[in-house]
Design a protein around this ligand. Sequence first.
Ligand code: SIN
Ligand code: FE
Length: 299
Amino acid sequence: MDTFTPLSEPLLQLEFDTWRPALQPDLSARFALALEKGKVLCLTQLPFLLAPKEQEFLSPEWLSGKRKNISLEGKGVRGFSGPPDAVLRMHAMIKRYSEQAVGLVTRLFPGYTDHMRVARASFRPGVVGESKTSWRKDDSRLHVDAFPSRPNRGERILRVFTNVNHQGIPRVWRVGQPFESAAGHFLPDIARPLPGSAKLLHALKITKSERSEYDHIMLHLHDRMKADADYQKNAPQQEIRIQPGTTWICFSDQVLHAAMSGQYMFEQTLHLPVAAQYHPEWSPLRVLEKLRATRLTAG
Ligand code: SIN
Ligand code: FE
């Protein structure tokens, strides 16, 4: 392959050691531009502290069945198996993470506050890469996040992560080339959706609403990137080692990422309309619309 653009520094390190930082607006604007351009913001001095009684949760034994995560969706805890009092304590622990993570985002990026939607939060006690899955679900391959059953019409996926490993083990990611470069690489081979396919997928309940052309492209981008062994090996990329006690934030629908190793992490997902960004032109929606020279969310 010869069309690759070089990789810029994927991380921006932030020095805050509190979940409630007070920022001057100009600093906020600087961090927002970096985040929206596709950087991973890394707060290396921002641990999530577990209470003494919560230490026992640092074990994959609490995972129920084949699920990789214990998650908080609405009021319930999913993916957890344990006695009723443990369910309550697990719920409280993930909820506390969720509140801190959401509070952090609103303080770093006040412009998002009134527009973001808080989605799932999860605790991930499993060893990365231990459960073997299909190539499509294999997150050790570079990818951008895209949900097959939940079309989002360009709405952003913003994620906050914290490594809570207590044995000094980093979470190791690979981070790939800028979104626009990756999109430019794969887009020429992604066909337009077949007429009527969005309605059919919805009627068959494969999707929860009608898939926009944006969703169609993002899913193909996700799949083609993961399926392309040459791209996985040879595309520009950088390994990042995220130490315990570090919190990091990125738009995971934009940052090409792959989880290589690690254990014990918290994660909070937030959704944000493109219009609520400080710089909407950096969104995957606007970038893809520019490359395709057409609107991608009509209908
Ligand atoms: C992913 O979002 O692809 C996985 C992140 C992780 O488990 O570190
Ligand atoms: Fe991912």
